[in-house]
Design a protein around this ligand. Structure first.
Ligand code: NOJ
Length: 538
């Protein structure tokens, strides 16, 4: 397994330098490379920097070979690679090829009726004067859009501005290979494949009488061939190149294959079941507290299944699509420090490849939204329309506040100056969390007892001790929120309490020495609220 600790940047809200547009840029990223390196990070994954009309924050690519002018230009990107190399940091870029933007030249040509490009996408005839199937888009509404001029519908699993590519068309696959190899030759050291288990669409499009259609297009039969094709012709299992696939709505049996040793597909996969424990009936757009028992059972099950099958999971609790885990799973008011550190520490020492998301390392929290009009994200807005059909505004606001991706997309809190130190622009159109005067990098960087310095200590431990990359993970059926990492005759025990109450400690820890404790003290009878202990057996 590759020994990486990865930091994710969402470029528009990370940092702006030498401009006053009020949007993050590549120069801003360059200016913070030393900061990221100081945490002990080995690689940086950057969400899309390519040209885009920005309907979905860059996940709608208009040109795969051009940098989005709001972020800078190719010279800036080359400099980023060089500066990152100098610091021994690898740059991993986002590859969004399940779909393009509707402004991509291929799609524009398709709309003009060009047969070659029509076949780059999924255009289908109407059925009974309506869409070919009843499938729902993940952004709300139907997943089909009608084009009167062609008298056809096209498929978009996300917004209508994100038409799905037809991977079965070899020309499309060759275009994708060209894109991968272009960026590889630029010096990037890894790819994150956006929703890659949705690439393969069925031959027959049929109504889903049980759900929203996802069971027909998720983990398709040809998918593994497509992953092998990219591997063979691009990154080819290179030891110094890192690949991770985002795998949505999947099962452990399917997803384990994509990152299995010797399968020649990917290095690891992001899966999401552990985060869907605050969904009611598998529906994200509902409100409930996370079910901690489900969380724990899912985590254990997936850890063991991946270990037994020689495959690798990505370890994460935050990214640009998720509400902040400190607010979701922790108590960001009464146990802010303890929640941030225990959720992160417990997750990152498991078996797999750990990722953190910008701002997590200083304990950034969810936003507080006062009205539905405060939201900006296309997925949130799309789904809010449907929610309003069934619920009153107050309920919708509560659901959106708990689930919206906007929670993760407020600007990075660097200091307590204008715009949280993110940009010098007089006015910015991005979300700023009001707590930036207190929660910011400047306040924490020199404070040994800060969240930031806890992250630093734990990251250093994780990347420097092979027990975490090579060691086994073991669970005891009688103990929840507890696991062991084992190698040769060494054993590390990681134990936590993700509640605001004391939790009895039923384990004898006298034979262990403390490596990490997010409290000053230890009580041998119980764990304190959100306490995390990392112990090594004598
Ligand atoms: C997953 C990305 O992480 C998300 O931000 C995006 O909206 C969808 N894929 C569509 O590209």
């Amino acid at each position: 397994m590759k020994n990486e600790f990865i930091y994710q940047i969402f470029p528009q809200t990370f940092c702006e330098k030498d401009n006053k547009n009020g949007i993050g840029n590549i120069k801003g990223i360059i200016s913070k490379l030393n900061y990221i390196k100081s945490l002990g990070i080995t690689s940086i994954w950057i969400s899309p920097l390519t040209k885009s009309p920005f309907k979905d924050s860059g996940y709608d690519v208009e040109d795969y070979y051009e940098i989005n002018p709001v972020f800078g230009d190719m010279k800036d990107f080359d400099l980023l690679i060089k500066k990152a190399n100098d610091l021994n940091l690898k740059i991993i870029i986002d590859i969004v090829v399940n779909h393009t933007s509707n402004k991509h030249i291929w799609f524009k040509k398709a709309l003009e009726g060009d047969k070659k490009y029509i076949n780059y996408y999924h255009f289908k005839d109407p059925v009974n004067d309506g869409p070919p199937t009843n499938w729902k888009s993940k952004m709300g509404g139907s997943s089909w859009e009608f084009v009167p001029k062609l008298n056809k519908y096209y498929l978009h699993l996300f917004s209508k501005e994100q038409p799905d590519l037809n991977w079965e068309n070899e020309e499309v696959r060759l275009e994708i290979l060209k894109i991968l190899n272009f960026w590889k030759s630029k010096g990037v050291k890894g790819f994150r494949f956006d929703v890659c288990n949705l690439y393969d669409k069925p031959h027959i499009f049929e109504d889903d009488l049980e759900g929203d259609g996802r069971r027909f297009y998720t983990d398709g039969a040809r998918l593994e061939n497509y992953l092998k094709f990219m591997n063979k012709n691009s990154f080819n299992n290179e030891t110094n190149f890192f690949t991770v696939g985002e795998i949505s709505s999947t099962t452990k049996e399917k997803s384990v294959n994509y990152a299995k040793v010797n399968n020649n597909e990917l290095d690891c996969v992001f899966t999401f079941l552990h985060l869907k424990v605050d969904y009611i009936n598998n529906n994200k757009w509902t409100y409930t507290k996370p079910n901690l028992t489900s969380y724990w059972n899912t985590l254990k099950e997936w850890q063991l299944y991946f270990q037994n099958n020689d495959s690798t999971l990505a370890l994460f609790m935050n990214n640009h699509d998720q509400p902040r885990s400190i607010s979701r799973f922790g108590d960001d008011k009464n146990y802010w420090y303890q929640s941030a550190t225990s959720i992160f520490g417990f997750t990152s020492l498991l078996k797999g490849v750990p990722f953190i998301y910008q701002g997590e390392e200083i304990g950034m929290t969810n936003m507080s939204f006062n009205s539905i009009s405060d939201f900006k994200d296309i997925e949130t807005l799309g789904n809010s329309k449907e929610l309003l059909l069934d619920h009153n505004e107050e309920t919708v606001l509560k659901i959106l506040s708990s689930k919206s991706r906007d929670n993760a997309r407020s600007v990075m809190q660097w200091d307590n100056s204008l715009n949280a130190g993110f940009s010098n622009a007089e006015k910015i159109d991005l979300l700023i969390n009001k707590n930036y005067k207190i929660i910011n990098v400047n306040n924490q960087i020199n404070d040994e007892s800060s969240v930031f310095n806890f992250y630093k200590k734990l990251i250093t431990l994780r990347v420097s001790d092979e027990i975490f990359t090579k060691g086994k993970v073991e669970f005891d059926d009688n103990l929840d929120y507890c696991y062991k990492r084992i190698i040769d005759n060494r054993e590390i025990l990681v134990i936590t309490n993700w509640t605001s109450k004391n939790k009895p400690l039923t384990l004898n820890i006298n034979n262990y020495k403390i490596i990490i404790n997010n409290y000053q003290n230890i009580n041998f009878k119980h764990l304190l609220p959100y306490q995390l202990l990392v112990l090594e057996r004598f």
